[in-house]
Design a protein around this ligand. Structure first.
Ligand SMILES: Cc1cc2nc3c(=O)[nH]c(=O)nc-3n(C[C@H](O)[C@H](O)[C@H](O)COP(=O)(O)OP(=O)(O)OC[C@H]3O[C@@H](n4cnc5c(N)ncnc54)[C@H](O)[C@@H]3O)c2cc1C
Length: 434
């Protein structure tokens, strides 16, 4: 059923430019492939896809539950690329065949320029199309090293797409072909208003009025670079299932009021706690937070442990990537695991280890839970041979693999399990980057 719903939603998202196309071409479909009409076709595809990227950016929970946040964001970026490509073809066709001086062209050109600039810079600083290609990753690390643009400044800059959307909507609404029929103006107008409203609701209204408030109870350093933030018990459950994450905005002068995503490391029934690794400017300041500090929470998002699978589970965590697993294990600490759960935790140093007592207790209590540590500094790294041994005992077709950790480890694990014959749909991962 879920697969079917995904198919319908994805198909609908890709096919929806045909709705305005119907209003433009009904009664004269024969003209569809004329270069002038093709210009309009590409223009409408670009218009709808671009506005749909704004709708998706509104973090609509229905999409998140259906596909998972990572995939929604990847789709968002591919849709933006397709919109841009269509806009360029639209521009070329229109200019090549019908050079026009119409005033309505100007907002379109400006909208496209802004969109193009934002998209190009996004490719340098956020994950998206081509992120796994060597050329792009080299370009991204070069840009990150040289330009040192703060991620949150970049996020602010990214909001310029809403200005581009207004300009592009003005361009489309003022075009002579749109003005020919009220139905065309209406459908394009509704699309623009809906997309901009969802975007502005998400960016302005929700943070100002609708987010849940949490209060910090304690901040503890668990290792020299990993801290735990515990929150006071709140009235409502903040997550629906273990392994979910939220966007946290800590309201303190210690760290500013930026919004950052963190995975909830407690079970849905416990007061929320987070495990945060010192990773940069922001996370490096959080140890200075005081109990009583208020925090806004937007979530829950993610579906790491969403689908109930039968058969064995292999969980692999790298460093702070243990967070969703702790949430899951806390949920299971009284009831146990219905199927064998083999957990692998890879860390750099002995000093990175914590919560071993908790894992040890689970192992003692539940015979179908086991865990293995890999400490790379001691020359002890997870490798294909280890996984091969695992898969001789537990057939890949009956195994689900969950991974959370650094990208390099994820890429290796992904390649190993593919070689071992594990189907792609049985591999769930959380990237810790957007
Ligand atoms: C879904 C998800 C869940 C996460 N869960 C955890 C967790 O449980 N524990 C943990 O330690 N880390 C987690 N992270 C990573 C954490 O959000 C980043 O390490 C943190 O935001 C880095 O901020 P910084 O300014 O200290 O580091 P920087 O050096 O400024 O940034 C390092 C990288 O973190 C990302 N980043 C920075 N700021 C933001 C932001 N505001 N929003 C999104 N990404 C940003 C960017 O990719 C950036 O390149 C998670 C990330 C995601 C996407």
């Amino acid at each position: 059923m879920t697969e079917f719903l995904r198919f319908i939603v994805l198909g609908g998202a890709l096919a929806c430019p045909f709705i305005p196309l119907y209003f433009y071409f009904t009664g004269n479909w024969y003209a569809f492939f004329h270069p002038y009409s093709l210009g309009a076709v590409f223009g409408l595809f670009s218009y709808v896809y671009f506005l749909n990227t704004l709708i998706i950016a509104g973090r609509i929970k229905f999409f998140d539950r259906l596909f998972g946040h990572d995939r929604v964001m990847v789709f968002h970026s591919y849709l933006a690329m397709t919109a841009m490509f269509s806009a360029l073809v639209h521009l070329l066709l229109k200019q090549f065949y019908f050079q026009t001086e119409a005033i309505s062209v100007l907002p379109g050109i400006w909208g496209l320029l802004i969109f193009f600039t934002v998209a190009a810079i996004t490719m340098l600083f956020m994950s998206g199309p081509g992120q796994n290609l060597r050329f792009f990753s080299a370009l991204r690390s070069f840009a990150a090293d040289r330009l040192k643009i703060d991620y949150n400044h970049f996020k602010l800059f990214h909001n310029l797409v809403s200005a581009a959307a207004v300009l592009i909507a003005l361009h489309a609404l003022a075009a002579s072909s749109t003005r020919e029929k009220n139905s065309r103006t209406l459908i394009l107008g509704i699309w623009a208003i809906a997309a901009l409203s969802i975007y502005l609701y998400h960016k302005l209204f929700k943070p100002a009025f609708l987010l849940k408030k949490l209060v910090i109870q304690s901040v503890t350093m668990l290792t020299d670079d990993l801290l735990q933030i515990r929150f006071e018990k709140s009235r409502d459950r903040l997550i629906d299932r273990s392994g979910q994450f939220g966007f946290f905005r800590i309201l303190s002068p210690v760290c500013g009021r930026e919004e950052h995503p963190f995975t909830v490391a407690s079970s849905p029934d416990e007061p929320v706690s987070l495990l945060i690794k010192k990773n940069g400017d922001y996370t490096g300041k959080l140890h200075g937070l005081q109990p009583g500090t208020e925090v806004l929470f937007d979530g829950p998002y993610g579906r790491f442990f969403a689908e109930k699978k039968s058969g064995c589970c292999l969980g692999i965590a790298g460093g702070a990537g243990i967070s969703p697993f702790i949430s899951f294990f806390s949920e299971r600490k009284n009831t146990g695991f219905p199927h064998p759960f083999i957990f692998i935790w890879c860390v750099k140093r002995q000093e990175d280890l914590f919560c071993l007592d908790f894992l040890g207790e689970l192992k003692k209590k539940f015979p179908n839970f086991s865990f293995t540590l890999f400490i790379s500094e001691q020359g002890n790294r997870l490798n294909y041979t280890f996984l091969q041994q695992f898969f001789t005992k537990y057939p890949p077709l009956k195994t689900t693999v969950y991974f959370c950790g650094p990208q390099t480890l994820r890429q290796s694990v992904s390649a190993w399990i593919k070689t071992a014959g594990l189907p792609k749909k049985s591999f769930y991962y959380e990237k810790f980057s957007l």
